[in-house]
Structures are given as structure tokens and as C-alpha cells.
Design a protein. Structure first.
Ligand code: MTE
Ligand code: MO
Length: 519
């Protein structure tokens, strides 16, 4: 018996839909079950995390350049698309042989299972969600394939009413898809309810600092319409990390282990940490992936315990030159021991802008270190400090092609005018920011078109570790297209280099040049 092409297509569609639906069931069931296990027991989280760990630096950079801080959403969507295509293929394959299709689901589930097991802080019990997901998925596929076969237009034994069996198939598919959606929704709400970190954070009252930060002087915030805020609100603070799902740490269960090349190993609880003499400091954090003119930089008031004090207590041994800090989800950073013990205010931070750290910025405890890019210093959700040597250990990004040392490069940025902005003729007010943590900014200069470099006015200096805003008024903006370039001079008199460099391997450089037009 020969089938018409449309009938064949419709059959294929039905089987593809069965495959898609059973994959949706797999993810939904596993997602729901994962609420009761480690975060990384959820298939998408586990797969995504493995993918991120395998991402070469150029691809990470491209992802950030293309999607900015939506890079994680983009990853989830791509994973979803790949999974959907695979699922449709499995469904079509099931027409030939159900055991082979089921076998493929089992193999894929096993691969996801090994991704789950490869995450730090997961164990064999965390395989439960994917096992449940796979079982439900195979059962769903079996059921829908049977319904689809009955509904096949030219089935040798179509049963009494082919119309009715087609309806049954559609009903079954709808039921399974709705079930999957409900399971996902319930999983989401349960995860919120069970989020101990969230409730602990809301309940937490941070102690006052023993040493208060001097408030930024009046005039640190430069008044130019459209300029960035001198203090970045927590909700606007850039977020960069490898954590696909934000670690949820109950502070009462948090502890920090300090060990390695030290005379006295010790472990500190959250309450002990809060009992120490805490200090406040304003500090501008910067990401090594920040392109020239980029937004991966933010300035906040931090509350914490000086890492210097913590390390004094441990007494590092002769020959140690690095501290490897590790987070609960396996990220690590290697920071020169020297930097953590010299006079700068490197902190084990618990507070950000007067609040406990937001979950996505490291609750309950992270590091912040003046003068170093985040990837070599600012470990969020930190649980372990090992005093060691660069010769013996390597950190997360160092093993992925980024530089072992990451001092922040002297940089400046134009906030106003925005690229390709069109401004009224006459007085053109420009502004932006510049940073050289630990050295400070002594001057910012701007150049309009190919003109002379002119000094901008500087905002008041809050500290050497914070950025400094600038303002420049171009008195007679003439109609037409123009460019403005900016460069900074640090507190030691060094001029920002014009030499262009990409973020990989140790930070971007070059002068930002913005094109705009005067009406
Ligand atoms: N646990 C953990 N900490 C981390 C990272 C990470 O991926 N995981 N990324 C680092 C990087 S690259 C930067 S730039 C800063 C960013 O801190 P923020 O997200 O609070 O701005 O966190 C650092 N700390
Ligand atoms: Mo970063």
C-alpha cells in the first residue's frame, strides 16, 4: 500500500510530536524532582554547567560580547533547541523500532547523569531526578507511539473509527504536555518555598562595621544627564559567573576552611565571621571580559573582614605565594598572597551597599580585592581558602586560557554621548568614568575628532580603589558627524595605553571612541 506524501508527513509529524512530548516530560519530571536534591541534579543545570566548564575563552568572550549578561539565558535556549531537535528525531525513529528509541533515551539520560555526577557537591542520590525523568519519558513515548500508530491514516488495522483514534492521540499528547507544564510550574514554586538562603538572607541583620568607610565626598557623583551612578545599586550591578543556577547557601551551614601551607589550619562559621571586627570600604569591581567602553564594572560599598587578618591568624609558611579560593560550586580563583596581606583592603565580604550580599553576588560570603579582576580574586559563595604556590595549583580560568595574574588595566569610559546619539547644536555636555584601582585617577582627557587632547573636569576622589567620574563641555558643537575619544592618567602619572587588546587573556585595552552627531 502506498501513502500519499501528505499522509506520510502527517505520520512523521505525529511521531515527532510524540518524541518532543516525551522529552518535555523527561525535563519536567526531573526538574520537579530536583527540588529535593542538589541544584545540579536538574538536567539543564547539569548539562549547562558542564558546557560552561568546557567553553574555550574565545567562545565565552563571544557569548558575553553577543548576549552580555543574558549569556546564560542564551545558553538555556540553545540547549532547549538542541534537545527539541533530538527529541523529534527520537520520536521519528520510534516508528522503526521502539526499543532503539527507548535505548537512545536511556543513553542520553545516562549522559545527563554523568554530567550531574561531575558537578561538585553532587552524589549518587542526585541521579534520582534524571532516573525518574527517563522512566516517565520512556513510558510516555510508548503510550503516545501506540496512539499515533492507531491513528495512522492507512494503518492495516485502523480500528473501527480512524477519526476517534486521531483524537485520542491528540488528547494524549495534550495531556502529557499540560502535565509537563504543571510539573515545571510546581517545581518552580517549590524551589522558591524551599529556598532557605532567601529567607535566611531576609532575616539577617548585619552587624555595624567597626571601621566605617568615609562617605564619598560631595561631587564624587558628577552631574551630567545620562551618566552612570557613582554607587551602582545592587540590582544594576553586573553579574558574571559560571553558576547556571545561583547557589543557595544556608548561612548557618556555611563555613570557611583555611588550610594548606599554613601553621594553623582553621574553620570559621558565619557567626564567628560576623563576630569579628568588620570594616567597610568602597571598591570598584571589574571583569576581565569587559570590552573597551563596556558595562562589566560596578562600584559598591562592601562590609567584611580584612583577609589580611584572617591570613595572619593562619600564619602562611615560607614559600607560599598564592591563595586559591574555591566556591561551593567549584569555581576557583588564584590570588597572589602578597596582595591579600599588603595594605590594601582585600575583604571577606558579607555586605553590599548596606544589605547582606544578594544571592547572585555571593551570599553569604565572597571575596573582593582592590586592583585585581574578579576572575582572580572575587570568589562568590566562597567556602575554602588554600594557601599554596602558583607552581602547584591553577585556578578555574587559568586552566582555560586566561592569564594567571590579573591586575586591572587603567581604563576610562564615555557614558554620554551614547554611540550614534544625535545632540542639539551648541553646548555639548559629555561625561563618563575612569578607574585605576589602588592607584587612583589623576586626569582624564578627551579628544574631539582629531583635535587636541583636553583635560576633563574630574569628580571628587572618593578613594584610590574607586572609579572617578569626569565631565567635559564642548562649548561650540558644530553640526555634523563627530567622534569623541577618552583616555585616563592614573595616580602614578601613567597614561592609558592606546594599544588595542581583546579581553582574552588578561583584559582589554585601548581608547574608547564614540561616534555621535550634532544636529
Ligand atoms: N563562585 C564564583 N565566583 C566568581 C565568579 C564565578 O564564576 N563563580 N566569577 C568571577 C568574575 S569573572 C567576576 S568579574 C566577579 C563578578 O562579580 P559580580 O557578579 O558580583 O559582579 O565574580 C567573580 N567571582
Ligand atoms: Mo570576570
Amino acid at each position: 500500500m502506498n501513502k500519499s506524501p501528505t499522509t506520510k508527513l502527517r505520520d512523521l509529524g505525529a511521531f515527532g510530536l510524540s518524541g518532543f512530548t516525551s522529552a518535555a516530560v523527561l525535563f519536567a519530571v526531573a526538574q520537579l524532582a530536583s527540588v529535593f536534591f542538589a541544584t545540579a541534579s536538574a538536567p539543564l543545570v547539569a548539562m549547562g554547567s558542564v558546557f560552561i566548564d568546557l567553553t574555550p575563552p574565545w567562545l565565552k568572550d563571544l557569548a558575553i560580547a553577543t548576549f552580555g549578561t543574558n549569556d546564560k539565558l542564551a545558553l538555556f535556549i540553545s540547549l532547549g533547541i538542541v534537545a527539541a531537535i533530538a527529541a523529534v528525531a527520537v520520536g521519528v525513529l520510534a516508528t522503526r523500532s521502539f526499543p532503539v528509541a527507548a535505548g537512545i533515551i536511556v543513553v542520553l539520560a545516562a549522559a545527563i547523569g554523568s554530567a550531574v555526577l561531575s558537578r561538585p557537591a553532587t552524589g549518587p542520590v542526585d541521579l534520582t531526578p534524571i532516573i525518574l525523568g527517563a522512566v516517565f519519558s520512556v513510558l510516555t513515548l510508548r503510550w503516545l507511539i501506540t496512539l499515533a500508530a492507531r491513528a495512522r491514516s492507512l494503518d492495516p488495522d485502523p480500528g473501527p473509527a480512524p477519526g476517534a483514534s486521531r483524537r485520542n492521540f491528540l488528547l494524549g499528547t495534550t495531556l502529557a504536555l499540560v502535565g509537563a507544564a504543571v510539573a515545571t510550574g510546581v517545581g518552580k514554586s517549590l524551589a522558591t518555598v524551599r529556598n532557605v538562603a532567601d529567607s535566611a538572607r531576609s532575616a539577617l541583620g548585619l552587624p555595624a562595621a567597626k571601621v566605617l568607610a568615609t562617605p564619598p565626598p560631595v561631587g564624587a557623583q558628577v552631574e551630567v544627564a545620562g551618566i552612570s551612578k557613582f554607587i551602582t545599586p545592587n540590582k544594576d550591578f553586573y553579574r558574571i559567573d559560571t553558576a547556571l543556577s545561583v547557589p543557595r547557601i544556608d548561612p548557618s551551614e556555611w563555613s570557611l576552611r583555611v588550610h594548606g601551607m599554613v601553621e594553623k589550619e582553621f574553620t570559621m562559621s558565619f557567626n564567628e565571621l560576623l563576630g569579628e571586627d568588620l570594616v567597610e570600604t568602597y571598591l570598584t569591581l571589574t571583569c576581565v571580559s569587559n570590552p573597551v567602553g563596556g558595562q562589566l564594572v560596578g562600584n559598591a560599598k562592601w562590609l567584611g573582614y580584612p583577609l589580611r587578618r584572617l591570613l595572619e591568624r593562619a600564619v602562611p609558611l615560607e614559600g607560599a605565594d598564592m591563595v586559591l579560593s574555591t566556591s561551593i560550586d567549584g569555581f576557583s580563583a588564584s590570588t597572589p598572597l602578597e596582595v591579600l596581606t599588603d595594605e590594601r583592603m582585600a575583604l571577606l565580604a558579607v555586605g553590599m551597599n548596606g544589605e547582606p550580599l544578594p544571592l547572585e553576588h555571593g551570599f553569604p560570603v565572597r571575596m573582593v580585592v582592590p586592583g585585581l579582576y574578579g576572575y582572580v580574586s572575587a570568589t562568590k559563595w566562597v567556602v575554602d581558602l588554600e594557601v599554596t604556590r602558583f607552581a602547584d595549583k591553577a585556578a578555574y580560568w587559568t586552566t582555560r586560557g586566561w592569564a594567571e595574574q590579573g591586575p586591572i588595566k587603567l581604563s576610562s569610559r564615555v557614558d554620554v554621548p551614547r554611540s550614534f546619539a544625535s545632540v542639539p547644536a551648541g553646548k555639548v555636555v559629555m561625561g563618563g568614568t575612569a578607574w585605576a584601582q589602588t592607584k587612583g585617577i589623576s586626569a582624564v582627557q578627551v579628544q574631539i575628532d582629531e583635535g587636541e587632547w583636553k583635560d576633563a573636569e574630574l569628580g571628587a576622589e572618593a578613594s584610590l580603589d574607586t572609579w572617578r567620574q569626569w565631565r567635559y563641555v564642548w562649548e561650540n558643537g558644530e553640526s555634523g558627524n563627530h567622534t569623541v575619544s577618552v583616555r585616563a592618567i592614573d595616580g602614578h602619572g601613567e597614561i592609558q595605553t592606546s594599544e588595542k587588546a581583546d579581553p582574552v587573556p588578561n583584559g582589554s585595552s585601548g581608547w574608547q571612541r564614540v561616534q555621535f552627531s550634532v544636529e
